[in-house]
Design a protein around this ligand. Structure first.
Ligand code: ADP
Ligand code: MG
Length: 238
C-alpha cells in the first residue's frame, strides 16, 4: 500500500514560477521584556529552495529557533521580511496564515510532538483532519507503514520510544503532504541508533515526498545527510 499523491502545491503559492520555499530578507528580531532588549536576529538573509533539505547550524542562542518561529508564522520579525513560497508571511491575512500553518507546514520539535494518550494511528489521523485532509484510516496506516511503524499503529504515543514518536510525527507530515517541514533539534533526545532512523525518515520526507525540510541540529550525522548547511552566528549568517 502506498500513500498516493505525494506532493501538492502549497496553499500560498505565488504566481511567480517556483519561488523559493523560504526567504529571509534582512530580518531583525528583537525581544523586549521591560527595559531588557535581546537582539536574536540582526540582518539575517537566506534562501531555501523548494525540495531542499537544509541543516541550520550554529551555537546556542544564535537565533535558530527564532528563525523557525518566524518561518512558521508564529511570530513576526521586528524588521525585514520572511517569505514562504514567495509570499511575505506578515502580509497574509488571518485565514491565509491559518491555512499556511495547517496545510503547508509541519513542525517537529525535540519531543512532545504527539498527543500521548492517542495511538500512533489516531495521531496521524488527527493531524490529517486538522490539516483539512481526508482522515481515512487507510492513509494513516499506510503512512505509518512507510516509516516502518506498522506494528506500532495501535500503541499509545506516550508508550512509544522517543525515536518512534519522532517518526510518527514525520509520518504524519508525509501523510498530510506538508510542503515545508521545520524541525528544531529533532534528534536531540535520541541515542545514535534512533538518531539514524529519524535522520533517514527526514531524508525520505524530501526524497520521496518532495517536502522542503529545514532542520536545526547539533548532530553531525543529521547535518551530513542534508543537501547543505547554513551556519548562523549572532543572529545572522556566519
Ligand atoms: P537558538 O535556537 O539558536 O539557541 P534562540 O533563537 O532560541 O537561539 O534565541 C536567540 C536569542 O534570543 C537568545 O539570546 C535567547 O535568549 C533570546 N530569546 C529567545 N526567545 C526569547 C523570548 N521569547 N524572549 C526573550 N528572549 C528570547
Ligand atoms: Mg533553539
Amino acid at each position: 500500500m502506498e500513500v498516493t499523491s505525494l506532493y501538492v502545491e502549497p496553499a500560498v503559492a505565488d504566481d511567480a514560477a517556483d519561488p523559493p520555499a523560504l526567504e529571509a530578507l534582512d530580518v531583525f528580531k528583537i525581544y523586549r521584556s521591560g527595559p531588557v532588549e535581546t537582539v536574536a536576529l540582526r540582518g539575517l538573509d537566506l534562501v531555501i529552495e523548494r525540495g531542499e533539505i537544509v541543516a541550520l547550524l550554529g551555537p546556542s542562542g544564535c537565533g535558530k529557533s527564532t528563525f523557525l518561529a518566524l518561518a512558521a508564522g508564529l511570530d513576526e520579525p521586528s524588521a525585514g521580511e520572511v517569505r514562504a513560497f514567495g509570499r511575505p508571511l506578515t502580509r497574509l491575512d488571518g485565514q491565509e496564515l491559518a491555512r499556511y500553518r495547517a496545510r503547508d507546514l509541519a513542525i517537529v520539535f525535540q519531543q512532545d510532538n504527539l498527543w500521548p494518550d492517542l495511538t500512533a494511528e489516531q495521531n496521524v489521523r488527527l493531524s490529517l483532519r486538522l490539516a483539512g485532509r481526508r482522515a481515512s484510516p487507510l492513509d494513516a496506516r499506510a503512512a505509518l507503514a512507510e516509516f516502518d511503524l506498522a506494528d506500532r499503529a495501535s500503541t499509545k504515543a506516550g508508550n512509544l520510544s522517543g525515536g518512534e514518536q519522532q517518526r510518527v510525527a514525520i509520518a504524519a507530515a508525509a501523510a498530510r503532504e506538508a510542503a515545508l517541514v521545520l524541525c528544531d533539534e529533532p534528534t536531540g533526545e535520541l541515542d545514535l541508533a534512533n538518531e539514524e532512523r529519524v535522520t533517514g525518515a527526514l531524508r525520505r520526507l524530501r526524497d520521496d515526498y518532495g517536502a522542503t525540510v529545514v532542520v536545526v541540529t547539533h548532530s553531525p550525522h543529521l547535518a551530513g545527510v542534508c543537501d547543505r548547511s547554513i551556519m548562523l552566528r549572532d543572529g545572522r549568517l556566519a
